[in-house]
Design a protein around this ligand. Structure first.
Ligand code: UGY
Ligand code: MN
Length: 261
């Protein structure tokens, strides 16, 4: 993944003219260099770049964790939320409930609400995506327990369109889950069969490649390292450009009825 640009003594021209950042009440496009870091109690040697949160209008929080070797959470944390970790680069020990696993790039962990989580970079620095939100229980359906996986082991399913595949990291149509996290991959020149407008919201992290994202009525050029938030009903379409495969990690709230709060 592209590194966050290093500190510069002299700024190059084009900061204003080449702006790609867009934040509206309905969606946001955010290149990584502008997403400043937070430090959090419970973490050490970790920069936390919050990409979205309820402050934006989202019902999830999503962050890029940049951990130095040994950085992360020195002790497990339990905050009542459900959590998802996806390792982008390096290796991390991730704890979910009473299990700890060492995960490389593409490794992920789901931590159910009420269970403790932990993450720590091992053998060098590591980067990971962190998603958290309050779990919405479904009457009569037991929530799933903690589990781990790896992108490389999740089957690619070709739905609707040639050249586009889906990998459902947390499963699909599993009513015990209130969210899905999928990796969508596109061959250059492919796109959705229609403009989507749906009640679910998305947090999107571009893993590889590049393309044009239609959000509302505007096209946004985006590439690896960018973050996009799509609120409910925002018209959306992706057209993959470039010369290689493009892939993004996509959060989606699913399987629950309309809320009136
Ligand atoms: O599942 C989805 O809603 C997905 N096709 N949306 C997206 O990629 N923007
Ligand atoms: Mn969608």
């Amino acid at each position: 993944m592209p590194p966050i640009p290093p500190k510069r003594e002299v700024l190059p021209p084009g900061i204003f003219g080449s702006n790609r950042t867009m934040v509206t009440p309905h969606y946001a496009v955010m290149p990584p260099e502008g997403i400043l870091e937070s430090r959090l109690p419970g973490f050490k040697e970790t920069k936390i770049h919050f990409q979205t949160s309820p402050a934006m209008g989202a019902r999830l929080a999503q962050a890029l964790l940049v951990m130095e070797e040994g950085g992360g959470t020195p002790a497990p944390i339990e905050d009542g939320l459900e959590h998802f970790f996806y390792v982008l680069e390096g290796e991390a020990e991730v704890g979910a409930h009473d299990e700890v696993r060492r995960l490389g790039a593409g490794g992920f962990a789901y931590v159910p609400a009420g269970a403790a989580y932990g993450i720590r970079a091992v053998g060098g620095p590591a980067r990971a995506i962190w998603i958290k939100r309050p779990y919405v229980p479904a009457p009569g359906i037991a929530p799933r327990g903690a589990f781990f996986g790896n992108r490389a082991e999740v089957p690619r399913v070709n739905k609707h369109t040639n050249g586009r595949t889906w990998q459902a990291l947390l499963g699909e149509a599993d009513l015990s889950m209130d969210m899905e996290i999928n990796i969508l991959s596109f061959q250059p020149g492919t796109y959705f069969p229609f403009i989507e407008t749906h009640i679910m919201e998305h947090g999107l992290y571009m893993l590889e490649g590049q393309g044009l994202y239609l959000l509302g009525r505007e096209w946004h050029e985006c590439w690896a390292g960018d973050f996009i938030w799509m609120g409910p009903y925002v018209p959306q379409q992706f057209y993959a450009t470039g010369w290689g495969e493009t892939a993004y990690l996509l959060y989606k709230d699913v399987n629950r009825d309309v809320r009136f709060d």
